[in-house]
Design a protein around this ligand. Structure first.
Ligand SMILES: C[S@@+](CC[C@H](N)C(=O)[O-])C[C@H]1O[C@@H](n2cnc3c(N)ncnc32)[C@H](O)[C@@H]1O
Length: 275
């Protein structure tokens, strides 16, 4: 399990260093839930270092003075937006397993005036966060990458205050082909490790969350799915063309169709009952 997480982490190190978006599903649609105001207020380069699949905060009701925890915060786009929402009296904590992501997040935070964001290195299955200390858990395209999702769901319930809430944007799927599940690259790209909405909701409820439901969904085009694999192939392969079209690219778009139909981004809400 640790080995699998290390491989995923290595892919994200490569992606953040090379400024390459490995998350296939997000494609051009990843900013659909962000307002123009949100995006223009960010320091230069922050949006480009996002690997999300939605905007969890847009579906939350995070208020001033609250404490927000972002699971798998990556380079920190959602941390900055959360810091604005909670204000100087509130606090934002970002946890990520990847040192390179955290370095980039620190750089992005340092380019702002926010003093209420704290970064912590750690696993979402064993959070370096005190029990019953968080008002809102948010996360953007991360839990699908977990090799121990049950532990991650239990950790959400552990760190939330009584009546604390959760808003998670993540990729889910139905009937993923076996070759997608087996592929390391497609797992790091948020497809191979996905579970169904039903399993996700059940996992949250088993952990003790209540009012669990999906409040929004976003679907993708086969072309967006295929683009990731195209990016990863050596250029001599993608350059093989017929009638002005890349043969490999067209083939991949055909192969991506069954994935695109069965995979989407969902926003999950949940609340912790009083303990
Ligand atoms: C798809 S990226 C999303 C990053 C960020 N949430 C965003 O929207 O840009 C996934 C992130 O989760 C982190 N991650 C994946 N699995 C993790 C785990 N089990 N524990 C902690 N971090 C994890 C990766 O290092 C990476 O930064």
């Amino acid at each position: 399990m640790k080995n699998k997480s290390n491989k995923i982490s290595a892919e994200y190190s490569k992606a953040i260093k090379e400024n390459k978006n490995i998350v296939s599903a997000t494609g051009g649609a990843k900013f659909a839930d962000y307002s123009t105001y949100d995006l223009v207020s960010l320091p230069e380069g922050v949006a480009e270092s996002s690997f999300g699949c939605g905007n969890p905060l847009a579906f939350s009701s995070v208020k001033k003075s609250e404490t927000v925890l972002d699971l798998g915060c990556g380079a920190g786009l959602d941390l900055l937006l959360a810091a604005e929402k909670v204000g100087p009296e509130g606090k934002v904590i970002g946890v990520d397993m990847n040192e390179d992501m955290l370095k980039k997040a620190k750089k992005n935070i340092d380019a702002t005036t926010y003093k209420n964001i704290e970064l912590r290195k750690g696993m979402i299955e064993n959070l370096p966060v005190e029990s019953s200390s968080i008002d809102w858990v948010i996360s953007n395209c991360v839990i699908n990458l977990s090799t121990e999702k049950e532990k991650a769901f239990n950790e959400i319930a552990r760190v939330l205050k009584p009546n604390g809430q959760m808003l998670v944007s993540d990729i889910v799927s139905e009937n993923m082909p076996w070759w997608v599940k087996r592929s390391g690259i497609l797992t790091a790209a948020c497809a191979g490790g996905t579970i169904s909405e039903k399993s996700y909701l059940q996992g949250l409820m088993n952990a003790g969350m209540i009012d669990c439901n999906v409040i929004s969904r976003q679907y993708y085009e086969p072309k967006q799915m295929a683009s990731i694999v195209v990016d990863l192939l050596p250029s001599f392969l993608t350059n093989i063309s017929c009638c002005g079209k890349s043969i490999i690219e067209n083939l991949l778009i055909k192969m991506a169709s069954p994935i695109a139909k069965n995979l989407w981004s969902a926003k999950f809400y949940g609340r912790l009952t009083f303990k």
